[in-house]
Design a protein around this ligand. Structure first.
Ligand code: ADP
Ligand code: MG
Length: 351
């Protein structure tokens, strides 16, 4: 080999070695960066709407998480205002005062249709037409001074002006008519609907965003924690704010709890709360809290109210049959017994 050839070979070897060393350094740096990468940071927004405290906890790498949270809160508030039966200007009030057919926008039609679906499914245990009764008890006002135990004669009269079969929905003309002076109250479903809307909007803005949104104890998962882990949700002990009767692990879907501790007043040692048994017009007895896990918040919300009403009468039916409609139930009864759908175990195990 001539001296010139040897020189070229040496130079080539050096270049290969150089490439190898720099390549290794780059790969090692990327591995270290991957291992040290910061998890997405969450933005927390707290606000009062839908008659309760709401919390939005989101992270997006596509848009500013704070802007996203604010956008989502605006949507919660829009729905609250639209379906607030106490505001004479709301869409719901306009339906409630009309004696005749009222044309509905598509969103309102879909929501009323969904509410009636849950009424039929639960044979009226969930009933969106209890407005007159709820007003009589005072549970529609936020002021504690307005609540009272009505006379039984007043309840009898108010009961005549309730009943989900008194809502007529005309699918073709997209309109509704209320019979027998009923008033619609969507308190048992509006939060769930609002949480589902927030989920939809978040996913439209950034399909990869994660987090959850909470309204008065009802939770809609937007996406798994840090993109991969389930959120751990404590089911509150109805007798003790600081204790839990169980934990759920959710990376999608929703959970809602109806409890006798959410809104109540006590007279002569008897607790009167805001979830009414539509058959008798009095607070439903026998259950302290009903929790429902479902794929959507609207299902979880409506079925948790129905599970609360029916749980004191026939808990076996609730825990075994509700899963057929997509709701997995945990009931805490007045004696603190816990009754669960067997299908709930899927959500009780950490993954
Ligand atoms: P919370 O609002 O505490 O989460 P729920 O989801 O069970 O509890 O909703 C309770 C609200 O639903 C009441 O404040 C009232 O507006 C309305 N409501 C009460 N009883 C019923 C019922 N049997 N069916 C449907 N809605 C009801
Ligand atoms: Mg509910």
């Amino acid at each position: 080999m001539r001296a010139r050839d040897r020189e070229i070979l040496l130079k080539l070897n050096k270049e290969v070695l150089w490439l190898f060393v720099t390549g290794s350094v780059v790969v090692a740096t990327l591995v270290v960066l991957f291992l040290l990468r910061t998890p997405p940071s969450y933005y927390e927004y707290n606000g009062f709407t839908l008659g309760t405290y709401c919390r939005i906890y989101v992270s997006s790498e596509k848009i500013n998480s704070k802007s996203l949270a604010e956008m989502l809160f605006t949507e919660l508030d829009r729905i609250y205002k639209k379906y607030n039966a106490n505001d004479p200007e709301s869409v719901l009030s306009k339906i409630n005062v009309s004696q005749d057919w009222v044309d509905l926008d598509e969103e309102t039609f879909v929501l009323l249709d969904a509410a009636l679906k849950f009424s039929n499914m639960t044979e009226g245990a969930f009933d969106p037409t209890l407005g007159n009764l709820i007003h009589l008890w005072g549970f529609d006002r936020l002021d504690e001074q307005d609540v009272r135990v009505p006379d039984s004669s007043e309840i009898e009269v108010a009961l005549l002006h309730t009943g989900y079969k008194n809502i007529l929905l005309d699918r073709q003309k997209r309109r509704a008519k209320l019979l027998n002076g009923i008033h619609i109250d969507l308190g048992g479903i509006a939060k769930g609907y609002a949480l589902d809307r927030v989920y939809q909007i978040a996913k439209e803005v950034d399909p990869d965003c994660t987090g959850f949104v909470e309204a008065g104890g009802d939770i809609r998962i937007i996406g798994p924690k840090f993109g991969s882990r389930p959120w751990v949700i404590g089911i509150r002990d109805p007798d003790d704010t600081n204790e839990c009767v169980g934990y759920l692990y959710l990376d999608s879907g929703a959970v809602a709890t109806s409890g006798d501790y959410e809104r109540y007043f006590t007279v002569n040692g008897i607790r009167y709360h805001h979830i009414l048994d539509p058959q008798i017009g009095y607070p439903a007895r026998g259950i302290k809290s009903a929790t429902v896990v479902a794929s959507t918040a609207v299902t979880a919300d409506a079925l948790s109210t129905a599970a609360f009403v029916l749980g004191g009468k026939n808990w076996e039916y609730v825990v075994l049959d509700f899963p057929k409609s997509g709701g997995h139930v945990l009931l805490v009864d007045k004696d603190r017994n816990i009754r669960k759908s067997p299908s709930l175990s899927v959500y009780e195990a950490d993954r």
